[in-house]
Design a protein around this ligand. Structure first.
Ligand SMILES: [Zn+2]
Length: 182
């Protein structure tokens, strides 16, 4: 049903689940345990990150992990329990780049329905141009618009966010962009 459906075994008792409509009137197929009857609900995951900038340049990280190892990305990752969207974005930025930032406004919110994800990127002002890449990152670099390796960007949401950033920068006004990724 969704590409992200990953539940194979019951989280309560370990029995292999089957996907079917629950008996409670629910209209979506769910992973249901035939032994203990637990219904496992799957919901979209939030991916949170930033567009860290320094003058007219944007910070990108070269990925040291799959998927897309060796490709460039904005710092981003899965939101954790116990944090806000902005806290998660700041944490991922620090973990992946070691950059010091001042968080600004939410900049893009993108539905990636096909994989059951929602991506949020905040603008973030770099307060230093010294970086300290974490283990998930091979290299951290600043790129002016004409230097961005557009064919080497890891994810469509990162490419869209970078396009919006440079377009808004050109106009001299930043606003929130809501985008549906097909
Ligand atoms: Zn079970």
């Amino acid at each position: 049903m969704f590409e992200r459906s990953t539940i194979r075994h019951c989280k309560q008792c370990g029995t292999a689940v089957s996907y079917r409509l629950p008996d409670d009137g629910d209209t979506r197929e769910r992973a249901i345990c035939p032994a203990c009857h637990t219904i496992h609900y799957e919901n979209p995951l939030n991916v949170v990150g930033t567009v860290p900038f320094w003058d007219d340049k944007v910070l990108l990280c070269k990925r040291n992990i799959e998927p897309r190892r060796g490709k460039w990305t904005l710092p981003a990752g899965f939101m954790e329990l116990g944090e806000t969207v902005a806290e998660g974005a700041a944490r991922e930025t620090h973990e992946e780049s070691g950059a010091e930032i001042e968080m600004l406004d939410l900049f893009t919110i993108m539905n990636v329905v096909r994989v059951g994800q929602v991506h949020f990127f905040y603008r973030a002002r770099l307060t230093s141009d010294r970086f300290d890449p974490g283990h998930e990152t091979l290299e951290v670099r600043l790129f002016a618009e004409h230097e961005v390796p557009w064919d080497e960007i890891a994810f469509r949401t990162v490419r869209e966010t970078l396009r919006c950033f440079f377009a808004d920068r050109q106009r001299g006004r930043f606003e929130l962009h809501q985008i549906d990724i097909a």
